[in-house]
Design a protein around this ligand. Structure first.
Ligand code: GLU
Length: 286
């Protein structure tokens, strides 16, 4: 019995890529007689909006996708994330970081710096200083070197691709919490997937790079290991990926344009992607 979840962030209206994730996850769960869950990833309070939460429910309804209750709303679960962070802190696996975005950007701009590199660890050697923490905005980062020493390199299973071993370069000192965000995506995601009994994470291939870090956190927090299906992204006809900022056609616009949601869900399930991406292009607007 497979338990999957769809976990959109209510920072805009859903587009075809989201629909593909939701439809795929829903089908995997139902085929196995399992459960399909919905989670609202609204920890980014600066960008999350109640009207986008309503939009998620409307779009799911239109696609004919029903979910098992309860819906997990991340902004209501901050105690659980705090408890997970405490467990990591007690084991000396996190440190306070006082760097601003500008500090980090500057250190990354060093002549031999790799633009894609993760945080350089500037604050890692600092001793904990509660007084400074009380006065200065800071975040909490994973001490990835220590974490890897304890847990070893994580691995994971892709449902369509076998077993993968993470590479140490894929795991950095990621942020786990900030003053304005009680948990990062990585931390909240693993805590919630475990709390709701998710056994298969179905999401777009753009989130595959998150998997090594999330698997490491699962090992450190002693959480069960789900399998992963990172599905291909729905693209425009010219291969560009759909993105909210890119005026991708929203499901709401398609609905208003007279598209049948149930039929669209069926086409997505059959992975009729050329048809879908053609459709996307022809309705994409400017
Ligand atoms: N909330 C994330 C997003 O909308 C997805 C999280 C996940 O599926 O792991 O991109």
């Amino acid at each position: 019995m497979i338990v999957t979840r769809f976990a959109p962030s209510p920072t805009g209206r859903l587009h075809l890529g989201h629909a593909f994730s939701a439809v795929s996850g829903h089908a995997r769960a139902l085929e196995s007689g399992g459960r399909f869950l919905l989670r609202i990833d609204d920890l980014d309070q600066g960008r999350s909006r109640p009207e986008f939460v309503d939009g998620i429910y409307e779009d799911m309804e239109w696609l004919g996708l029903h979910w098992d209750e309860p819906v997990l709303v991340q902004s209501q679960r901050t105690d659980d994330y705090g408890a997970a962070l405490d467990r990591l802190r007690e084991r000396g696996l996190v440190y306070a970081c006082f760097c601003t975005r500008a500090d980090i950007a500057q250190s990354m701009a060093a002549p031999h710096g790799d633009a894609a590199a993760s945080y350089p660890g500037t604050c890692r050697p600092l001793h904990d200083n509660p007084e400074r923490r009380a006065k200065t905005p800071h975040s909490w980062r994973l001490d990835s070197a220590k974490a890897l020493e304890i847990a070893g390199l994580p691995s994971w299973t892709e449902t369509d691709g076998g077993r993968f071993d993470a590479d140490a370069s894929q795991i950095g000192d990621v942020i786990l919490a900030r003053k304005d965000a009680p948990a990062s995506y990585h931390l909240s995601c693993v805590v919630d997937d475990a709390a709701s009994g998710v056994t298969m994470v179905v999401r777009g291939a753009d989130l595959r790079p998150s998997t090594p870090t999330q698997r490491l956190l699962q090992v450190l927090l002693d959480l069960p290991e789900p399998t992963y299906r990172h599905h291909p992204l729905v693209t425009h006809k010219d291969g560009r990926r759909l993105a909210k900022r890119d005026l991708a056609p929203t499901l709401a616009a398609m609905r208003e344009g007279g598209v049948d949601g149930i039929r669209l869900a069926r086409d997505l399930l059959a992975e009729k992607l050329p048809l879908v991406s053609h459709f996307a292009t022809s309705r994409a607007g400017p």
